[in-house]
Design a protein. Structure first.
Length: 315
């Protein structure tokens, strides 16, 4: 039975806006104004603002446009409310089961707008030697990687960590001949011990990945897929540079630099984020059906952690 998630969620979105493992900051704002609550949220914390829950806007504008696109998805998740069940650990894994995707890419240009449209290079100019998720979430991600990565030191293996920084959260001592980091801050990338090389590139200005076709076995992207304003270009490029059967792992929590995250992300919750990333894989073409895994370590007590992954289809 296909998943009629969009239809179910549309009726539940105001409820969903409060769905979080910890209290979210709820705010109403428009693209050119911000409420006092949002202003409070903008105050910097130790990690430059990341350590804030993304403020949830009741979905009246862009989000509604987006979800109405998803109403076309066929199927039924049954009488039980998806959102009610999504509060249980592991329920987001159902989001990408049997989705009947609309034929056309359902997102609009405005879905990829951000509150702060100034240069990303300026935003990331100063290095942030911080972690953006808590230690249990990092440990869960590292454990996940240890289960799905090729064994350390396997000849011929190449890995790309997109949107990288001074940490990649790979298993301790993990090595391959080639581990490339792409990111926005050279000082951060220079300090990342797992990388064998790095490239500073603003993917929102230039989404072309500077690599040969079929050259990577694994691509990772940690808590950053929400900053991509041209995700289709980037995901098509990911598909191009992956070897057939190569694995792309997108991971995210419920935190972000919300002024730099795309509108469709800041206006929705965890379950929709899974659907959004799944859609990127689906509409990029060339990937196997995307799947979601909930690796949240202690639901309600530490940062949630979700994986959406797919493999490049073997031809
Ligand atoms: C929240 S940090 C996450 C860094 C790292 N993945 C981690 O887990 O600590 C967001 C990262 O997204 C990347 N990023 C943001 N905007 C970007 C852009 N326009 N082009 C390329 N990378 C970008 C930067 O490398 C930045 O370090």
């Amino acid at each position: 039975m296909a998943n009629r998630l969009g239809l179910t969620l549309q009726h539940r979105l105001p409820v969903l806006s409060g769905y979080s493992n910890t209290s979210p900051i709820t705010s109403f704002y428009h693209s050119n104004s911000v409420s006092s609550l949002s202003k409070a949220a903008l105050k910097k914390k130790g990690d430059g603002g990341f350590n804030l829950k993304s403020p949830r806007r009741l979905v009246l504008g862009l989000g509604a446009a987006f979800w109405s696109q998803f109403m076309g998805m066929a199927g039924n998740v049954g009488a039980k409310s998806f959102i009610a069940s999504a509060r249980q650990k592991g329920a987001v894994e159902q989001v990408l089961k049997n989705v009947d995707w609309p034929e056309q890419f359902p997102f609009k240009e405005e879905d990829f707008q951000r509150f702060d449209e100034t240069s990303d290079l300026t935003f990331y100019e100063t290095p942030r030697f911080v972690t953006h998720i808590d230690d249990p979430a990092i440990a869960a991600l590292t454990k996940y990687y240890s289960e799905v990565f090729p064994p350390s030191n396997t000849p011929g293996i190449s890995i790309l960590d997109m949107c990288s920084s001074w940490v990649s959260h790979y298993p301790p001592g993990y090595k391959q001949d080639r581990i490339v980091g792409m990111g926005m801050n050279e000082e951060e990338l220079k300090r990342n011990p797992v990388l064998t090389e790095y490239i500073v590139q603003d993917l929102n200005s230039n989404p072309k990945l500077p690599f040969e076709d079929n050259s990577f076995d694994v691509i990772t992207n940690v808590v950053s897929v929400d900053y991509l304003t041209k995700p289709m270009e980037v995901f098509k490029e990911m598909c191009r540079i992956l070897k057939p059967g190569g694995l792309a792992i997108m991971s995210f929590s419920n935190r972000c630099f919300w002024t730099k995250a795309i509108s469709i992300w800041t206006s929705t919750g965890d379950a929709e984020h899974v659907m959004i990333v799944g859609a990127y894989f689906h509409y990029a073409r060339g990937f196997e059906p995307p799947q979601a895994v909930d690796i949240s370590p202690n639901p309600g007590r530490s940062d949630p952690m979700y994986i959406v992954y797919s493999r490049k289809a073997s031809t």
